[in-house]
Structure formats: C-alpha cells, structure tokens
Ligand binder design. Structure first.
Ligand code: SF4
Length: 330
C-alpha cells in the first residue's frame, strides 16, 4: 500500500520518562504493529503535561527517555514522524479556534476529567486542564487523523474530537474527518501490587522496559499472588493472580503448563515467579540493547525529533491554511 493511500493515525503520550510494560501492552506494541498499515504520527504531548504539573525542569530529559523507549520498541521514525507538540505552533492555533466550538458544560461532563479531579484531589481545575480534550482534538485533526488508538478510558475524548470536527465542518466547510477510535487489545496490564491495580510509575508498581534481569526478579519477588495458595503444594487460582497475567502476555507458550502446575499444586509461587521473570527479561533483552545504542548517541534522538518536527510542521501548516480558507480568516 503506498504512503498516500494509507489512513492517518495520531497517537501520543505525555513525557513521563522511561516507559513501563503497561505502556508497551497498552499502547506502544499497538503503535508498532499499526505503522505497517497506516501513516502514523507520534506526538510527545509536552503541553498536556502542564495540565497536571507546572514543574518543567525534567520535561526535556523525560522526553528523551520516553522517545528512546519508543525507538527501541520499534517505532520507525523514517515512516512515522516523532515530534514534540510544543515545537509545532499550529497546535495552539487550532486549539484556540476549537475552543470556540464546545461549551464549558460539555467539557465538565467529560468522565475522564471527573476521574482526574477525584484521583488527583484537584480543588480548583484550571482553564487549560478542563480544555485538554480540546487540545487533543487539535492534535488529532491537525494531521487529519482518521483513527485514534485508545483504551476504553479514552473513548470520551475521541467523541469530543468528533463533535468538534462536525461543528467545524457544518459551520464553515468540510475540512476535517470524524476520527474513529481504534481500541487497543491487551489494554490494561496490572501493576506489581495486585491484579486489579493499573501499572503506573507514580504508584511505584511498575516494571520498566529498561529494567535488567536482576531488577525484574527482585520486583517480582515482592509481588502478591493468590492469597489461597499459602504453601508450595496448595492448589492455586491462576485467574486471580497477576503473575499469571504476566505469563499470558510475556510467556504465552508456557501458559497451559503454568495453569496446570498452579491448579494442581505442583508448581510453587517462587518457581513460577522465577520462570515469569526469566521470560520477561528475555523479552526485554533486545529492547535494552537497542535502548543502549540510543543512550550512547543522544544526538541521534534530537535529530530524529527535529526531522519529525519539520515533517509534522509541513502537514500542520497545510491544515491551518485549509482552516483559514474555510473560515475566510485573513
Ligand atoms: S503458582 Fe504462579 S500463577 Fe499460581 S498463584 Fe503462584 S504465582 Fe500465581
């Protein structure tokens, strides 16, 4: 399929530094697979990071650390531009126009905002934070994204993007597609503190993609398993155990044997964790090696970003030109 006929996908992450395995299963793995079939843009959402923290002292290093994981994970920057949102001024321009197309009450009804306000105990939400789905709409539509890879929890944002695109198209002219969500398969990987907890660095329950075999083994040793499997030979319930979920993801060939061993009591949790850790480390080894090559040459990462930004900027400028024409601005 040639590059022109491919649909465009926009996906991004906030620059939070080194990635963990939850980022891999929830997003990155999917992005890598999608670049075969689609025309992808990968955005470092550094403006979005400001919605929850004004401390920008580590933003640059966090960006580099995250982009190194993207590249080591298989993102091909020659096919898929990788760029920082803050370096393309058209994002803020389109965001301003879009902010006229949606009401404050619609944004207040956004379930993700309600969750963030609750989880982060925000007393007074800023104008920018409330409006971040509008900035997200600008991010997607600036590249005329037709598909947005998301987890279930992000569906409401795609809906807001669709509403804004519709509103623009009916008010002025058909400039934007109405993007469809593309649900990520194995979206949620549990954290090391329990099967029902999401993996997150801020919760201290993450296996990083840069963790070596020792770190992986040590982190798994402390992880909880089935509470009913107290002694080695007690039968266990793999479906309530997070280690089994990790086996399913990173050690799929051994899953029937692990299930059988766990349920019969033949397999103890210590051995099960060792096997799981070995499989995860085997999976991570090539990633860590590719990571090392980028870490030794940070100038290559900067170059990839600058190149991605030049290519993204060209597309963004074309879109803004169509927007101004449609609106008869200037
Ligand atoms: S044997 Fe493995 S799957 Fe079963 S409870 Fe222990 S760690 Fe979990």
């Amino acid at each position: 399929m040639n590059q022109q006929s491919k649909k465009t996908i926009l996906s991004g992450m906030r620059p939070t530094g080194k990635l963990h395995l939850g980022h891999w299963t929830g997003a990155l793995e999917n992005w890598v697979a999608l670049q075969e079939e689609y025309h992808n843009y990968h955005l470092v959402a550094d403006y979005h990071a400001l919605t929850t923290s004004l401390d920008t002292s580590e933003l640059h290093q966090n960006t580099i650390d995250m982009v190194v994981d993207w590249l080591a994970g298989g993102i091909d920057p020659a096919r898929s531009p990788v760029f920082r949102q803050s370096q393309i001024k058209e994002h803020t321009e389109l965001h301003l126009i879009f902010s006229m197309l949606i009401t404050k009450s619609r944004l207040e009804r956004n379930p993700s905002i309600k969750e963030q306000v609750r989880d982060l105990e925000i007393e007074h939400i800023t104008y920018g934070h409330l409006g971040y789905p509008v900035l997200q709409a600008a991010d997607i539509l600036l590249y005329r994204g037709a598909l947005v890879p998301v987890g279930e929890d992000q569906l409401s944002h795609v809906e807001i993007t669709r509403e804004i695109a519709r509103r623009f198209n009916t008010t002025w002219d058909e400039v934007f597609p109405e993007p469809e969500p593309k649900l990520t398969r194995f979206a949620r990987l549990p954290g090391l503190d329990g099967k029902d907890k999401k993996m997150s660095k801020s919760m201290g329950n993450a296996l990083l993609m840069s963790d070596g075999p020792e770190e992986v083994a040590q982190k798994l040793r402390k992880a909880p398993t089935d509470v009913k499997k107290v002694r080695r030979n007690d039968p266990g319930r793999p479906d309530v155990c997070l280690i089994f979920t990790y086996h399913e993801k990173f050690n799929p060939d051994a899953v029937p044997e692990v299930r059988e061993g766990c349920e019969s009591g033949a397999l103890g949790c210590v051995d099960c964790k060792k096997r799981c850790g070995a499989a995860i480390s085997e999976f991570l080894a090539p990633h860590i090696e590719r990571r090392r090559q980028y870490e030794e040459h940070p100038e290559r990462v900067e170059e990839i970003l600058r190149d991605g930004e030049a290519r993204a900027r060209t597309t963004a400028q074309e879109t803004m030109s169509a927007v101004r024409d449609a609106m008869k601005l200037g």
